[in-house]
Structures are given as C-alpha cells and as structure tokens.
Write a protein that binds this ligand. Sequence first.
Ligand code: GA4
Length: 349
Amino acid sequence: MVVLAKGELEQIALPAVHKTAPPLADVPEVDLAVAGRGSEGRAAAARAVAAACEEHGFFKVTGHGVPAELLARVENAAAAFFALSQRDKEAAMSAATPGSPFGYASKRIGNNGDLGWVEYLLLGVTAATGGPLSVPEGVVPSASLCSFRDLLNEYTEVVRRMTCQVLELMAEGLGMDDRDAFTRLVLHKESDSMLRVNHYPPRPELKLLQQHGGGGRVTGFGEHTDPQIISVLRSNATSGLEIALRDGAWVSVPPDHTSFFVNVGDALQVLTNGRFRSVRHRVMVNSARPRVSVIFFGGPPPRETLAPLPQLVGEGGRSRYREFTWREYKASAYRTKLAANRLCHFETT
Ligand code: GA4
C-alpha cells in the first residue's frame, strides 16, 4: 500500500502493484469491416472472435464504423466534466439517475471498501433510465451538463449497435443456431446496461519513485472481472489497461484510441458453459498523462434466467453453472470486493 496524497479524502492507502506488466504483443484483433464483406469474411471474423474469447476473453475491434468525430466529442466532453470543481461534479451528478450506484464518485469503488486512483460517472442506460439529467440549480450551466448526458446517450446507442454486431459474431463463432441468443438480452427494453466514464489523473511523482527503484505503480481500478455479458471500452491514447492471461500473468494492453476493446463478462462465461472466459483486468495509473475511458456494459434484464445454453452443454454434457437470475447474480456481485471470484458460488459441484 502507498499513501500518495494530502487532503481529507485523499489520505487513503491505495493498493500498489510493484511488478511492471510486459505488453501483450499480439492483441487479438477483429475487423468489423471485413466481417461485413461477404460470407467468407464473416465466417473468418466469427472464428477469430470465438478464438479470442476462448483464449483471453478479450480482443480489439477495428473497422467498427463509429465516427472518430463522435469519439473525440465524447472524450472532450468527459475531460471538461472532470475538470469541474469537486463540489460541482458531486452536486451535478448526485441526481444523475436515482438509486445507487449511479452518479459521480471519486476513489471509492463499489460498496465494500475498494479504493482506486480514479473518479468516474456511472449511468444506467436502459430504456427506462436513459433520460435527461436533472441538474441542481446554480451549480453548473445546466445546458452543458444536459448536452453531456445527451451526448452520452447518443454514444451509447451507437456503441450498443456495434456491440450487437460483435455479439452476433460470437454466436456464429460458437456455431449456434440461434444467432440472436446474446443480442436479444442486450437489446431487451429492460436490459440492465450501464455506461461508465472513468478519469485516472496522472501521478507525476510515480516517475521519481520508479527512478529510485521503488514500487512506483499505483492502481487506478483494481483487478476484477465484469459481471455483465460484454464490456466495450474505448479510451484515449494513455496506457493503463492490463489483463491477466490464462496462467495468471499480467500483461499491459497498448492503448489504441481509434479502436474498441471487448471484455467477456461473467454472464457470458456462464451462457457459454465456460467456453468463453470472463477476463480479469485492472487499470494502472500513468505517471504523465490522464487516462479517460468510456465503457458500455451490456447486461441482461434483471428477471432473465441465466444458465449454460443447452446447445453449448451438448447432449450428456455437464452444465458447469446452476441456473440463476441476473438480479440474483448482480446482488451477489455487489456484496463482494472487487477482486473476488464471484462465479464460484454459482458453479455446480
Ligand atoms: C465491475 C464492472 C462495472 O464497472 C461495475 C462495477 C461495480 C462498481 O463499480 O460499483 C462493482 C464491480 C463492477 C464488480 C463487483 C462490485 C460491483 C464494484 C464491486 C466491488 C459498475 C459493475 O457492474 O461491476
């Protein structure tokens, strides 16, 4: 643990990681433009998606068609939001969407004492909660915040569509007859999907610690798997994301602000009976540059029953997970610490 900063909320011991993670040399890549060009391109893309989900639970998406201009607008609006005073951010977003855990928060992650060098916005983006922001009077110009929320809504709709293309490729890559088995859950009007905007401020003093051979690495967001079906992340050009390989070794993911990165979540590991791997990942703080990331989490409706899909268990095959609802899984996940293995409580014996 290292204590890095002064000030009331900042006098917290942040989890430190000492070993530098080497870069992942061959990040699996799927080009959606190629997938759109004829049946051979599509079949190849579907195979590549499935292979990446089996090996890492992680891959990069290029040729996604999301306009660079939209990505830049979201990045700039997020930077402008996080540049507001602490008081303004807290006040402006406390009413973002009623009910925990939505809104603005700093350093505290979840409800069970996890801390990270990060501030973030967490928004429900289901049909029911994706409404406009309510801004307390006299805090910040309401027009700018409302347009920020509008922009995030616009971004969400575009990314949700792209996410569904990826989910279809996953189903095809698994050889499923029902190509919509995953998209149906994320497109459902009660789908429990979320958008997260993270800001990891730089820590210039880490450079000095590193030069003196000390543990100059601070955790922005501690290691965890995502509970949902799929997470689709886009960040600025600052490094920080790391994933754990099958053997538990950590590797860093070279940033690419023109692409998206996809994580398999716990729910998809269950639906595929463990064939796809929910990837353990974390974010380390950069010493020189702020990192801003925006993540769309595609989740099922709360009442949806999750269990390995029969076609993926096969006749006479063993189901590795018992049946449960997304509501049940989410409640259980929110009672855990970030690094916990959440799925083990749902495994069959
Ligand atoms: C990880 C994925 C999403 O960011 C998130 C996170 C949530 C939170 O930040 O409040 C959790 C975390 C995430 C997993 C376990 C619980 C819940 C923090 C935590 C300790 C919004 C989500 O759905 O699960």
